[in-house]
Design a protein around this ligand. Sequence first.
Ligand SMILES: CC(C)(COP(=O)(O)OP(=O)(O)OC[C@H]1O[C@@H](n2cnc3c(N)ncnc32)[C@H](O)[C@@H]1OP(=O)(O)O)[C@@H](O)C(=O)NCCC(=O)NCCS
Length: 335
Amino acid sequence: MSSPQTAAITAVHGWLPEDILSNADLEKMVDTNDEWIRTRTGISERRILKDPEKATSDMACEVIKGLCTQRGITPEEVDLVIVATVTPDMFFPSTAQLACHKAGASNAWGFDLSAACSGFLFALRTGSQFVASGTHSKVIVVGADKMSSIVDYTDRTTCVLFGDAASGVLLEADASGATGIQDAILRSDGAGGQYLRMQGGGSLNPSSHETVDNKLHYIEQDGRPVFKAAVTSMADVSYEIMERNGLTADDVSWLVPHQANLRIIDATANRMGVGRDKVMINIEKYGNTTAATIPLCLWEWRNRLTPGENLILSAFGGGFTWGSIWLKWAMEPEA
Ligand SMILES: CC(C)(COP(=O)(O)OP(=O)(O)OC[C@H]1O[C@@H](n2cnc3c(N)ncnc32)[C@H](O)[C@@H]1OP(=O)(O)O)[C@@H](O)C(=O)NCCC(=O)NCCS
């Protein structure tokens, strides 16, 4: 590489709807129980964006505004916004355009990126290239999903899993390369697509009475093959990024895993040799918020992190998609 310049996280912000959907609430909606949900997934409650007038772009807008406030910049100073989501407001215009407009980021270009639960990692990798190459100085990467808009609340196998949220980071250059994104391994395999998908509304199955009658506008998941692939792939790639960079478990300050299932998180930590005390876990409060889980963890833990700490961000999701990013934290805790 000609330049050591890296993309460092210089602000982190999250946004959560106020309404809580608890396991007790779900017990009244489908044939399930709190004990099953907690032991099989680790989830106790999730947040739901109930306002019918609000969509993913509204959550992403709050994140863009929050990041700018935290960094002391105006939205006009942002160059690029990437929104990772599988619940865009609509096919087009993109959620990134709508969110930038609402936030007043009038000089930014932007686009949506679809990689399901790995969306934030794919977007972070993409956004970091624009910063590391020097073509852009302020890039925002948001993971935002209003999962409640595509969840079938009569299907107990999926409705207990997901919640709504948005979170994201501001990326700026570290000319020395001492902090920021150091390495990334990202993978995908479309053969897994059949196990986790939403079939309706696209060019294969355009929306019709029939697609709605057949519930194709909802998430459909065959949980067991997804679980099996997630446990192996997320653990393997997390170990691989450590190994190829000569990092031991002691070198890793935090594992920041996608929050889909506590058992998948534990399998990943075990493979890395990292204890639970070094794993960011908030699945209990928010469930699986798809592209938002990883930055939501970074936001909640931000005041426990110090510059130079090694973080491994790992995810697995629909596609299949999966990957790990190794970064060195750049921000001082807030006073
Ligand atoms: C969905 C998931 C939690 C199910 O857990 P599991 O241990 O695999 O459970 P199974 O699917 O084997 O189902 C076991 C039983 O529980 C039942 N069950 C499923 N959901 C239930 C619920 N909410 N409440 C009570 N019982 C439930 C099933 O019907 C099944 O009953 P059966 O044996 O009579 O058929 C798990 O497969 C999973 O986490 N998969 C990955 C999901 C994921 O991460 N997706 C997002 C992308 S990363």
